[in-house]
Design a protein around this ligand. Structure first.
Ligand code: ATP
Ligand code: MG
Length: 557
């Protein structure tokens, strides 16, 4: 017997530890991640993946990947493939345990026949609106359908004809015969099968009836020998039904455990809403870096390890709540700080001419690739007479506490020289070029006489610089809880500044060697990632996240 071996135990891991101690399920732990292939995965799913695969790993158990493909209307093969890719990208593996609910359709049908034969299920002719009227409310009991007392023989006959495609969509349903006055509405004769003359992405045109989630899900778990069926809180009220079906059928019974779904500020987490945002053209697709989808996060440069750390850090709870997006951003920075190689890139270039540096001379300076990781080594950075610096690193008339470049002031060019601004060239009231000198004695960025400067700025040598398009991202919504308001058009809260495209950026030549999705830091500007749309002539870079801007903080004070 092994117990899960982690520092902070959440309530699910505690339950599982107890079960292992009691040798429930013969010391086995088997979980599953059961996505419906009707959209791409988002970070909410990542929480569930980390939990299910994580627990299995910790307990030397197993975790299945099972597509819950019981609704052919919204499901597609494209989603199956993307979900598999995303789980692997996140760092988990289902080995040979890839399953589909549709593989069990025959078996699930046989179980339905069993319940009909035992008088525990019946075919109902009521229409959808009637069924809903008959169901009653939280304070009013429901009413029995006039078709509830059909004979077993007639029910069997009708169910077979439903399966054979003899009835139109909605004409009949199969219902469990439980109790129309049950205080839990889910127990008031829930629907097991509905008629759908729709082709399924895997079973094609074999079926005219499809099982409902509540009917199918427990059976899927039971067939696979799942021990702990972990799901989100909205299924708590469905647990009695989950148990009822399995008990009445007399089959192996896993236990369902519910936890609170993940919500994050300034974004939305439902596939339906994400699809709406995509279809309205507000973002470019499922992999738009502004979305909380795993595809979007990958394109934006979020490391999978950081997402896993985040999921572990926020823990598991029984109460719904909203997680501050800054916690996620902290995890991203924390991971990238350790792992991202550093480069220099100028987002808004200002030309600088070093008047005392020879025309045509190029020298190579040495830059540190990652101060957090000495084994990352160093690289060569070309230096020449014409450079670019960041526009915001120069001010004609610097206010107090602005320590960067200004007329007559000396600062350090990172890894290079001390530089002094001699003159700013203006055009239409705007600085368009600086004339500066360097002190050749300060090669490498330190003065032999020990004099200090108050700031270090980044730069790129103009002749060798690469042109790049850099995309900056901001929250997709202007309010922390866009779905908190009822009946409001989501569009109202879309942040018009969620994407800013800078087309004239200049970056150091080593960036040329980076492959799509490579993550790195531009010193002083944040973390970035090569966009997969990059071509030989068009370098596109996404900003993953900024560094904390200390200047912005000072300004606010
Ligand atoms: P959505 O509401 O976004 O459409 P869903 O629950 O319908 O999500 P499924 O494909 O059915 O999506 O989800 C697969 C698994 O992921 C389920 O076990 C579900 O409980 C879990 N899951 C989905 N969203 C979240 C979330 N926000 N937080 C935690 N787990 C989630
Ligand atoms: Mg679902």
């Amino acid at each position: 017997m092994t117990t899960s071996n982690t520092k902070a135990k959440d309530f699910i891991r505690e339950i599982i530890d107890e079960d292992l101690k009691k040798d429930k399920y013969n010391g086995r732990v088997q979980t599953r991640f059961p996505p419906e292939p009707n959209g791409y995965l988002h970070i909410g799913h990542a929480k569930s993946i980390c939990l299910n695969f994580g627990i299995a790993n910790e307990c030397q158990g197993l975790c299945n990947l099972r597509f819950d493909d019981t609704n052919p209307i919204k499901e597609e093969e494209e989603y199956v493939q993307s979900i598999k890719d995303d789980i692997q990208w996140l760092g988990f593996d289902w080995d040979n345990r890839l399953f589909f609910a549709s593989d069990y359709f025959d078996q699930i049908y046989d179980y339905a026949i069993q319940l009909v034969k035992e008088g525990m299920a019946y075919v109902d002719d009521l229409q959808a609106d009637e069924i809903s009227n008959y169901r009653g409310t939280l304070i009013q009991p429901g009413k029995n359908s006039p078709y509830r007392e059909r004979s077993i023989k007639e029910n069997l006959e009708l169910l077979k004809r439903m399966k054979a495609g003899e009835f139109a969509d909605g004409e009949k349903v199969l219902r469990a015969k439980i109790d129309m006055t049950h205080p839990n509405l889910n127990m008031r004769d829930p629907i097991m099968y509905r008629i759908l003359h729709t082709s399924h992405h895997r079973t094609k045109n074999e079926w005219y009836i499809y099982p409902m989630y509540d009917w199918a899900h427990g059976l899927e778990d039971s067939i696979e020998g799942i021990t702990h069926s972990i799901c989100t809180l909205e299924f708590e009220n469905h647990r009695p039904l989950y148990d009822w079906f399995l008990e009445k059928l007399g089959v192996y019974q896993p236990q369902q455990i519910e936890f609170a779904r993940l919500n994050i500020t300034y974004t939305v987490m439902s596939k339906r809403m994400l699809l709406e945002i995509i279809n309205k053209g507000i973002v470019s697709g499922w992999d738009d870096p502004r979305l909380p989808t795993l595809r979007g996060m990958r394109r934006r440069g979020y490391p999978p390890q950081a997402i896993r750390n985040f999921c572990r850090r926020i823990g598991v709870s029984k109460v719904n709540s909203m997680v501050d997006i800054e916690i996620l951003e902290h995890c991203i920075r924390d991971e990238l700080n350790k792992t991202a190689p550093r480069f220099m890139g100028v987002l808004n270039p200002l030309k600088v001419v070093i008047t005392n540096y020879p025309i045509g001379k190029v020298e190579e300076l040495e830059g540190i690739n990652n101060p957090e990781n000495p084994s990352a080594g160093t690289r060569k950075i070309p230096f020449s007479r014409i450079l670019y610096i960041e526009k915001e690193d120069f001010m004609e008339e610097p206010p107090k506490k602005f320590y960067r470049l200004a007329p007559g002031r000396e600062v350090r060019l990172r890894y290079a020289f001390f530089i002094t601004c001699q003159k700013a060239i203006m055009k239409n009231n705007e600085v368009i070029e600086l004339r500066c000198t360097i002190d050749p004695e300060t090669h490498g960025g330190y003065a032999p006489d020990g004099r200090k400067v108050k700031s270090t700025i980044h730069w790129v040598s103009a002749p060798q610089a690469l042109n790049a398009e850099i995309r900056l991202y901001n929250h997709l919504f202007t309010v922390p809880n866009p779905t908190g308001q009822n009946n409001v058009d989501l569009k109202e809260f879309i942040n018009p500044q969620s994407l800013e495209i800078l087309k004239k950026c200049k970056v150091e030549p080593m960036v040329q060697n980076l492959k799509p999705f490579s993550r790195f830091q531009f010193e002083r500007k944040g973390y970035f990632c090569i966009d997969p749309d990059t071509t030989e002539n068009n370098l596109i870079i996404n900003q993953t996240i900024g560094l904390k801007d200390t200047w912005a903080k000072i300004k606010k004070k």
